[in-house]
Write a new protein. Structure first.
Ligand SMILES: Nc1ncnc2c1ncn2[C@@H]1O[C@H](COP(=O)(O)OP(=O)(O)OP(=O)(O)O)[C@@H](O)[C@H]1O
Ligand SMILES: [Mg+2]
Length: 339
């Protein structure tokens, strides 16, 4: 496998985090959530953050965005320098100006970032209207173009849809479009492609790397997928229990990891050998699905609209003790069938 091996030591440093300590708000004696994080990202570099669930990856990224939930978590020490601006001291108005224009974030949970009562197309467009000089018509055209670039299907319908009317992967791509549309200097992406099928995921990763080439964007990328890490990372930091336990260029990390914990992470990468087929526990069907159809919207006596056919002629059976896997591209109807 080929790894990236560019040297970034001469590139401009976009983000510099030193000794960052974050703890529970108002409880200085409790164990901190982040225990002295050091992290550097340079222009054009992709820095991957990996590590077990709960190790502090999301808290690190939220802190860098100035988005810690104030009633729950607080900065207890350290500094975050974003191109000369000290984020830990920045006023809320200054942070708002920085976000979107200089730093953008793709959140782990799209629903927390999207406004449930605004059409998703308008939400992307709003970012342009607030932070660029484009006319309304230009902003709309740019929005449609961006939605096509993140490979959303049926763009006119999705533009006018509310978040709850989209599939999980489609919502994730709306958020990606919002984050990329202003060419930020720093992009923080927290598990941005977990709800996407592998082909769409590849297209999104390609889109991010094109933006990096064009604009020199620095990317902080959080993922559990070591395959993605091997593909896109220049540098990797491994987190465990609120600390960065190892940080190294991708080739070094994969070929000569220093920490036992990093080795364990690498060994846990699944391979694609199927296991031996298991016989069902009993010869009967637990569930039989026969000719299942599901259409969203449309219907209604006086409306000629057709609605969205989310499932058509779906058939399967499952026997006791067996596992049925349903795979397919984002928006193909998997969650609809399960519901
Ligand atoms: N709002 C909050 N209030 C209190 N504790 C929190 C809050 N958010 C996160 N934490 C705690 O901070 C620690 C780090 O959480 P974080 O969300 O950063 O983990 P993570 O590495 O992103 O995990 P995952 O891979 O599951 O997303 C956890 O122990 C978590 O319980
Ligand atoms: Mg997280």
């Amino acid at each position: 496998m080929e790894f990236k091996s560019k040297d970034f030591t001469d590139a401009k440093r976009v983000l510099k985090i030193r000794g960052l300590t974050v703890g529970l708000a108002g409880r200085p004696k409790a164990d901190p959530v982040l225990r002295g994080i050091d992290l550097d990202i340079r222009a054009g570099e992709t820095h991957c953050l990996v590590g077990e669930s709960g190790s502090g990856k999301s808290v690190t990224s939220l802190t860098a965005m100035g988005l810690l939930p104030k009633d729950a978590l607080e900065i207890q020490g350290g500094s975050i320098d974003l191109e000369g601006i000290e984020i830990t001291q920045a006023k809320p108005a200054q942070m708002r100006a920085l976000r979107a224009r200089r730093i953008a974030m793709i959140f782990q949970e799209p629903m927390t970032a999207l406004n449930p009562v605004l059409r998703v197309g308008e939400q992307i467009e709003e970012v342009l209207n607030m932070h660029s000089d484009l006319s309304r018509a230009e902003a709309k055209a740019r929005t449609i173009d961006m939605m096509e670039q993140v490979h959303l299907p049926d763009v006119e319908r999705i533009y006018a849809a509310f978040p709850h009317q989209l599939s999980g992967g489609q919502r994730q791509r709306i958020m990606i479009a919002m984050a990329l549309i202003l060419d930020p200097d720093l992009l923080i992406a927290d598990e941005p492609t977990t709800a996407l099928d592998v082909t769409t995921q590849l297209q999104i990763l390609k889109l991010i790397s094109e933006m990096q080439e064009r604009h020199g964007t620095a990317v902080l990328f959080i993922t559990h997928d070591m395959g993605v890490v091997a593909e896109i990372a220049d540098t990797v930091s491994v987190m465990q229990k609120g600390r960065i336990v190892e940080s190294a260029p991708i080739r070094q990390l994969l070929t000569a990891p220093k920490e036992d914990y990093t080795r364990k992470l690498l060994q846990a990468v699944p391979n694609l050998d199927p296991r031996a087929p298991r016989a069902p526990a009993e010869a009967r069907d637990v569930i039989t699905v026969d000719g299942l159809e599901m259409t969203y919207g449309g219907g209604g006596f006086f409306r000629a609209s057709q609605g969205v056919r989310a499932a058509q002629d779906v058939n399967f059976t499952i026997q006791p003790g067996r596992t049925l896997g349903i795979v397919g591209e984002s928006g193909s109807g998997k969650s609809t069938v399960a519901r």
